[in-house]
Write a protein that binds this ligand. Structure first.
Ligand code: PRX
Length: 661
C-alpha cells in the first residue's frame, strides 16, 4: 500500500467530520448554520412566500406573476409563478450589459488543442446569440418550435441554446456521444424542426465524424426542415441541397443583425426537453419550463457554489447533460459570473490536463464527477503537483455517490485539506441541486451529500410509505414541489405520473435509495430501478437489452450493472443466442459494436456472458437480483430461489462467470 493510500485509509477509519473552512466565510452568501436553518424553516412553513422572495431577488421579470404556485400532485400538475413573464436570454445576457459586466468574460472556452481558446464577453455573447436567433428565425423557427442540438463542446453550443431561449423555441440537446439511432428517436419524439450539428468532434487528438451520424438520423426524421452545421473538425461532409447550411455562412449573411427582440415568455412555457433513461426501453423527454427552472438554477448556483462576480466557474460536464445546462450555462450566466467550457477530456494529452487548465485560467470553483476523480487518482498524485492550484476555493462532485476514498483524495490533493467539497445530489428531473452542503457552513462527512437545500422536503420512506428510522435504508422521496422540478414527460402525461408519482401518492419518487444518519445527513445508495449509472451517465437496462435483441443472432438478453473501480458501474450483459447462432469472439465483438451503434459508446457492455438460458420465475420474470450478484462475482447467497422455474440455470451461469474471471 502506498503512503497516500495509507493516509486515506487511516483518515477514513477515524470517521472524522470535516468542518467548513473559515477563510472566505465572511464573504459567503450563506455564513452560518443558523441562516440555513432559518431559510429552511421559512421554505417549509411558507413555501410560496419563500420562493416568491427568491424569484424576485434572482430573476428579471417582464411582468410579475399573479400566483406563486398552482399545484395538484394527484394529476400531477405543477405551475410556478403563474402569469409571470420573462425571457431567459435577457436574464443571462441583456441585464448584465446595463451594469458593469458588459466587457466581462461570460464564457472562456478551452478547445481540445491547447492554443484553441476563445473568450466571449457578455456583449460579444449577446451579439452572437442575437445573430443566431435571427438565423433561426430566418429558417422559420418560432416560439414553441423544437430545435435539436447535437454538437461537441464548442461555444456555438452555448450560443445555440441561448438563441433558442431568445425566440422561445424549445431546445433539446442530444449528447454528441450518442449514436445516429439514439438521435433519430429523440428527434422523432419531440418533432424537432431544425437540427444543429457539426462536421465532427475533436477527441483525444482525433477528428471523429458527427455530421455523418446526423445524416443517418435525418433519413427518418421528416419533421426536420433544416440542418445547420458548425465547422469544427475539418472533416468533409455531404451537404444536402435545400436542407443543410453552414453556421458561419448563415451568421455572416448581410441581413443578419446583432440585435433580436426577445420573446416575452410565460413562466410555464416550455424551456427545454432533455432525454433521460428510466425503467422502460424508451428514454423519457423530461420537460422543464422557464420561470421555475431559472429561479431554481440561480438559487442553487448561488447557495451551493457561493457564486460571485469574480469567480471563474468550471463545471467539467458536457452541455448535453442537465449538469451542463444548469451549471455551465444558465446558473453561472444568469448570475453574471464567468463560466469555463472545456472541449477535451481529462486524460489527453496527459492526465494533468484539468490541473493545467485550473492554473491557466485561475479557476476558483471546480465541479466534476467521481468517475473523473477516480480515473485521475489512478494516474498518480504527481500530476496534480505540476500546476498551481491555489486559485481554487471550492470543489464539487456530481453524478453518482462519491466513494470516501475518492472524496479523501480530492480533499487532500486538490483541496489541500482546506477547501470545501460540495457533493451534490440531483437529477435531470430536478432541474438543479437538491441535497448538498453549503460550502462555508455545513460540516462535511466524506461520502454524504449532507442536507437538503431550502425548499427541498426530502425524506426516506420504507416500502410501506412510512418514514424510515435513522440509518435505515429506504426510498428517497421529495414531499413538496419545488420550482425546478420537471413539468412532464414530453407527449406522455401517463408516463409522468407512472414514473414519478405512482409509488407514494402525491410524492415525488426519484427512484434512488438512501439513508439518513443521526445528524439528518443523506447518504445516497444508488438507483432502485433498472438504471445503470456508468461514469455518471444514466443508462436504462431495457434500452441495452432491446439493442441486443435487435441483433439477429440474439434470442434474449439481460443487462445489469457490475461494480467498476473507475466508472462506478459497468454494463454486464447476459446473452442467449438463437439456436442457429454460434458463440464466438467475432460475434461478441459484433454485439458490442451493435450496442455502440444503437445507443452510443457509453452503453457498450464491458462483459458479455453467453447464457444458455436466463433465471426466470415461473411467471417468466427474469430474476435480476441473481444476475447482478453473478455479474459482481458474488456467489455467496442468492437468497430465495424457490420461485425459479429452473434453478439449475443459476449453477450454469455461475460456472461460466467463474471461468471469465
Ligand atoms: O442516482 C442518482 C445519481 O444520478 C442520478 C441522476 O442522473 P442524471 O439525471 O443523469 O443527472 C446526473 C446529474 C445531476 C440520480 O438519480 N446521482 C447524481 N448525483 C449524485 C447521485 N448519486 C449520489 N450522489 C450524488 N451526488
Amino acid at each position: 500500500m502506498s503512503g497516500m493510500e495509507d493516509k486515506i485509509t487511516s483518515l477514513l477509519a477515524e470517521g472524522k467530520v470535516y468542518p467548513p473552512p473559515e477563510q472566505g466565510r465572511d464573504q459567503a452568501w450563506v455564513k452560518s448554520m443558523d441562516e440555513y436553518k432559518e431559510a429552511y424553516a421559512h421554505s417549509m412553513n411558507d413555501p410560496e412566500g419563500y420562493w416568491a422572495q427568491r424569484a424576485e431577488e434572482l430573476v428579471t421579470w417582464d411582468k410579475k406573476w399573479d400566483r406563486v404556485l398552482e399545484c395538484d400532485l394527484s394529476i400531477p400538475e405543477v405551475k410556478w409563478f403563474v402569469g409571470g413573464k420573462l425571457n431567459l436570454s435577457v436574464n443571462c445576457l441583456d441585464r448584465h450589459l446595463i451594469n458593469d459586466r458588459r466587457n466581462k468574460a461570460a464564457i472562456i472556452w478551452q478547445g481540445e488543442p491547447e492554443d484553441d481558446v476563445r473568450v466571449y464577453t457578455y456583449q460579444m455573447l449577446h451579439d452572437e446569440v442575437c445573430r443566431f436567433a435571427n438565423v433561426l428565425k430566418k429558417k422559420g423557427v418560432k416560439r414553441g418550435d423544437r430545435v435539436a442540438i447535437y454538437l461537441p463542446m464548442v461555444p456555438e453550443m452555448a450560443i445555440a441554446l441561448l438563441a433558442c431561449t431568445r425566440l422561445g423555441a424549445v431546445h433539446s440537446v442530444v449528447f454528441a456521444g450518442f449514436s445516429a439511432a439514439a438521435l433519430q428517436s429523440r428527434i422523432e419524439d419531440c418533432h424537432a424542426k431544425v437540427l444543429i450539428t457539426a462536421d465532427g468532434v475533436l477527441r483525444g487528438g482525433k477528428a471523429i465524424p458527427l455530421k455523418a451520424s446526423a445524416d443517418e438520423a435525418l433519413l427518418s426524421c421528416p419533421s426536420v426542415e433544416c440542418c445547420v452545421v458548425v465547422r469544427r473538425a475539418a472533416i468533409d461532409v455531404e451537404m444536402k441541397e435545400g436542407r443543410d447550411c453552414w453556421w458561419h455562412r448563415e451568421m455572416s449573411a448581410k441581413d443578419i443583425s446583432s440585435f433580436c427582440e426577445p420573446e416575452s415568455m410565460d413562466a410555464e412555457d416550455m424551456l427545454f426537453i432533455l432525454y433521460t433513461s428510466g425503467s422502460t426501453g424508451k428514454p423519457k423527454g423530461v420537460v422543464h419550463t422557464t420561470g421555475g427552472y431559472l429561479t431554481y438554477a440561480l438559487h442553487t448556483a448561488k447557495w451551493v457554489f457561493d457564486l460571485k462576480d469574480n469567480d471563474i466557474h468550471w463545471c467539467t460536464a458536457d452541455l448535453g447533460w442537465i449538469t451542463g445546462h444548469s451549471y455551465i450555462l444558465y446558473g453561472p450566466l444568469g448570475l453574471g459570473a464567468t463560466t469555463l467550457m472545456f472541449e477535451g477530456v481529462p486524460s489527453y494529452p496527459s492526465p494533468d490536463r484539468f490541473w493545467k487548465i485550473v492554473e491557466k485560467f485561475k479557476v476558483s470553483i471546480f465541479y466534476t464527477a467521481p468517475t473523473a476523480i477516480r480515473a485521475l487518482m489512478r494516474e498518480g498524485v504527481e500530476h496534480t503537483r505540476k500546476w498551481d492550484l491555489s486559485s481554487l476555493r471550492l470543489l464539487g462532485s456530481v453524478g453518482e455517490p462519491i466513494n470516501p476514498e475518492a472524496w479523501m483524495w480530492y480533499y487532500l490533493h486538490i483541496g489541500k485539506e482546506k477547501l470545501p467539497i460540495v457533493d451534490t445530489w440531483w437529477q435531470t428531473e430536478t432541474g438543479g441541486i437538491m441535497i448538498a452542503p453549503l460550502p462555508y457552513v455545513t460540516p462535511l462527512k466524506p461520502g454524504a451529500a449532507t442536507l437538503p437545500l431550502p425548499g427541498v422536503d426530502a425524506a426516506i420512506f420504507t416500502e410501506e410509505g412510512k418514514e424510515a428510522s435513522p440509518n435505515e435504508g429506504g426510498h428517497l422521496v421529495i414531499r413538496k414541489p419545488w420550482p425546478g422540478m420537471l413539468r412532464g414527460v414530453f407527449g406522455s402525461p401517463e408516463r409522468y405520473k407512472k414514473a414519478y408519482f405512482d409509488r407514494y401518492p402525491n410524492i415525488y419518487d426519484p427512484e434512488d435509495g438512501a439513508r439518513r444518519d443521526e445528524d439528518g445527513y443523506f447518504w445516497m445508495m444508488g438507483r432502485l430501478d433498472d438504471v445503470i449509472n456508468v461514469s455518471g451517465h444514466r443508462l436504462g437496462t431495457a434500452e441495452i437489452e432491446s439493442a441486443l435483441v435487435a441483433h439477429e443472432a440474439v434470442a434474449e438478453a439481460a443487462a445489469v450493472g457490475m461494480p467498476h473501480p473507475v466508472k462506478g458501474q459497468a454494463v454486464f450483459a447476459f446473452v442467449t443466442l438463437m439456436s442457429w447462432a454460434e458463440e464466438s469472439d467475432e460475434l461478441l465483438a459484433e454485439l458490442r459494436q451493435h450496442v455502440r451503434k444503437e445507443i452510443g459508446p457509453i452503453a457498450t457492455p464491458d462483459v458479455i456472458l453467453w447464457a444458455p438460458s436466463l433465471p426466470k420465475t415461473r411467471s417468466g420474470k427474469i430474476m435480476r437480483r441473481i444476475l447482478r450478484k453473478i455479474a459482481a462475482s458474488d456467489f455467496a447467497d442468492f437468497g430465495d430461489t424457490s420461485t425459479l422455474a429452473d434453478p439449475s440455470v443459476v449453477d450454469e451461469l455461475v460456472d461460466t462467470r467463474k471461468k471469465l474471471g
